[in-house]
Design a protein around this ligand. Structure first.
Ligand code: NAD
Length: 243
């Protein structure tokens, strides 16, 4: 068994940072692999910015639904990695999962300490009256709108909803929670992320600066943050975690 896998199985307090690579086994493509979403259309990144949503919400929604294939995501099941982390929690370990994924699969697997740093695909909010909607409403119409009555008996609000995902140009969530969690952990491990997205990709350096924490990454390919990890495994996450 690889040293990092042994460390993951033996550590008590673990901060895990996951990326799209933990979910590819379930059929959800990542962004930056050779067949990832960014390779399919070079405008996809522009379509995922807050600027695009704010200026062209009617055009944004069809792109957003297509890029993330959100109807399909809702049918996907947790992978080896999601179930492995849930199993560690069941064994009494303190596992805090910080995920860049919006697919909700850590929660679906049953993990309880999940921090969705980039939000979630299955909620949307009215920018005007702040009413929240779930997936059923988001999928009902190509462009989901607020159906809340302005006042009893009056016309509906009708505003185009904003998805609960963090778009490029918006503030990431739970960053301070991640920093605090790293400070309290004996292991910081990254699973399936290219570590290209700021500010989340600053966390490995932060962990590296702590003397009392072990650090590791499992990813198919090297990342430009690899110098901050003590243990690096390049290959399929599911394969390593099943070993
Ligand atoms: P990314 O696409 O930039 O990187 C994913 C990394 O995972 C790649 O380096 C790839 O080589 C690796 N990988 C893929 N499958 C793997 C496997 N089975 N085993 C080991 N490694 C594997 O993704 P990221 O770093 O998470 O980028 C962050 C952005 O991507 C976030 O904004 C996130 O919202 C978004 N995203 C999320 C999902 C999802 O929710 N499932 C899917 C695609 C993109």
């Amino acid at each position: 068994m690889e040293e990092l896998i042994r460390k993951i199985k033996e550590s008590h307090t673990i901060t895990v940072l996951t990326g799209a690579g933990v979910s590819t086994e379930s059929g959800i493509p990542d962004f930056r692999s050779a067949n990832g979403v960014w390779q399919q259309n070079d405008k996809n990144q522009i379509h995922m910015t807050s600027g695009y949503f704010n200026s062209r919400p009617k055009l944004f929604w069809p792109h957003y639904k297509e890029i993330f294939d959100i109807e399909e995501i809702s049918n996907c099941q947790p992978t080896t990695a999601h179930l492995f982390l849930k199993q560690l929690e069941d064994e009494g370990r303190d596992i805090r999962i910080f995920t860049q994924n919006i697919d909700g699969l850590h929660t679906k697997a049953g993990s309880s300490k999940v921090f969705e740093m980039h939000g979630s695909f299955n909620k949307a909010t009215c920018p005007k009256c702040k009413t929240q909607y779930g997936l059923e409403h988001i999928l009902k119409e190509p462009i989901p709108r607020c159906t809340q009555a302005k006042k009893k008996g009056q016309s509906i609000c009708g505003f185009i909803l904003k998805p609960d995902t963090v778009l490029f140009g918006e503030r990431v969530r739970h960053y301070e929670d991640a920093v605090n969690s790293i400070n309290q952990s004996s292991l910081f491990v990254v699973l399936g992320s290219s570590l290209e997205v700021r500010p989340v990709n600053q966390l490995p350096e932060l962990a590296h600066q702590q003397s009392n924490i072990h650090t590791g990454i499992i990813n198919n390919e090297p990342t430009r943050m690899d110098r901050f990890f003590k243990d690096i495994l390049n290959g399929d996450i599911g394969g390593y975690l099943r070993s």
